[in-house]
Design a protein around this ligand. Structure first.
Ligand code: PMP
Length: 362
């Protein structure tokens, strides 16, 4: 078991004992008033996290389930996929698996797709949706979702929907779904919201719901129209993960106390500490470097290049710290620090002190 404050995997992230305690509450019936009151509180607070006045749907499932909801209800025939790493590629493959044709714009590892390329693709047209990743957990890169949103609206009008994977972004960095006119913003509980895995979130626009009404292959479990219908009564279509909702209720109240602004600032500070450390370590000849380009850093995960990633992870484990391995195709050449959720700058600094020793003793 890893001690408190030492679990730096980029999801699931560490969950505070107070939040874990909420999981122990006795069951309530999900069609009773008590659950409706809980869902009313949760919906309002999730709205602030996703920047929407519309309900944020809560699914029992991992982040992938909400991504699939976005694809199945928000795409028709041809999708433009903006890919900054393995998770962007998964979104593209998922659209293909759902029978859509996909055109990929794929960035170099650690880079982003130039916005001009996105513009040109949209000008050529023929797409009914665009997929993009806000914080690409595989590479530690933050995409420019707001600008992509503006482009999609400018060039696609109401006919092209923008579907955003915010799995490692929600709760770590501002998202303004309504103002940026994003059509689906999906996330999961185990990342910057610092809950156990098992819940997924989907904030969808009215345009998205209108699109869903025209599609026949929405399925049942991920049919957004069912979520819309039940959201009106602050209920979920199927039995929700009641215990996880208790934890969500507690955690969102605590996040409100901290304030989102302070939470975002804390995430930026954790990123700054990590990236500065890696730059110093690189200059000192310790064989590490940042994968993401300057100014592109994710607020929740730092991806570090090293030929000795396996040894570094092992060395950290021996010191009682768990970091994350690399994602394909960078599995052997990178490792990742997840600094999200309720981690602190002090905790990150302590971890980096240990990482420094591990690197020097390789
Ligand atoms: N997208 C991103 C950006 C992620 O970080 C993850 C999880 N690492 C996923 C999608 C998939 O989420 P899940 O494992 O919860 O299905």
């Amino acid at each position: 078991m890893i001690d408190k404050g030492r679990f730096f995997v980029p999801g699931p992230t560490e969950v505070r004992p107070e939040v874990l305690d909420a999981l122990r509450r006795p069951m309530i019936f999900h069609r009773h008033k008590e659950m409706e009151e809980l869902m009313r509180r949760v919906t309002a607070r999730l709205g602030a996290v996703f920047g929407t006045r519309r309900p944020v749907h809560v699914l029992t499932g991992s982040g992938t389930s909400a991504m699939e909801l976005a694809i199945r209800n928000g795409t028709k025939r041809r999708v433009l996929a903006v890919i900054h790493g393995d998770f962007g590629e998964r979104f593209a493959r998922m659209a293909e698996a759902c029978g859509r044709e996909v055109v990929r714009l794929t960035a170099e590892p650690g880079g982003v797709v130039p916005l001009e390329q996105v513009r040109q693709a949209l000008v050529r047209g023929g797409f009914d949706a665009v997929t993009a990743t806000h914080s690409e957990t595989a590479t530690g890169v933050l995409g420019d979702i707001k600008v992509i949103g503006e482009m999609v609206r400018e060039l696609g009008g109401d006919d092209v929907l923008l579907l955003v994977d915010a799995v490692s972004a929600a709760g770590a960095t501002p998202i303004d779904a309504d103002a940026w006119e994003l059509d689906a913003v999906v996330s999961a509980s185990q990342k910057a919201l610092a809950l156990p895995p098992g819940l997924a979130f989907a904030a969808v626009s009215e345009r998205f719901v209108a699109r869903a009404r025209t599609l026949r292959d929405r399925g049942v479990y991920l049919d957004v129209l069912r979520y819309e219908e039940f959201a009106g009564k602050f209920q979920s279509p199927t039995t929700p993960a009641v215990s996880l909702l208790f934890a969500l209720d507690k955690q969102l109240a605590d996040i409100e106390q901290e304030t989102l602004a302070a939470r975002f600032a804390r995430h930026l500070a954790m990123t700054a500490v990590c990236t500065a450390f890696v730059s110093r370590a690189e200059a000192a000849g310790l064989g590490v470097s940042l994968l993401a380009g300057p100014g592109r850093y994710s607020p929740s995960v730092t991806c570090i290049r090293s030929d000795r990633s396996g040894e570094i992870l092992k060395g950290m484990r021996e010191q009682g710290y768990e970091l994350g391995g690399g994602q394909p195709p960078l599995a052997k050449t990178t490792f990742r620090i997840g600094h999200m959720g309720d981690h602190t700058v002090t905790g990150v600094e302590a971890m980096l002190g240990v990482l420094d020793r591990v690197l020097r003793n390789l």
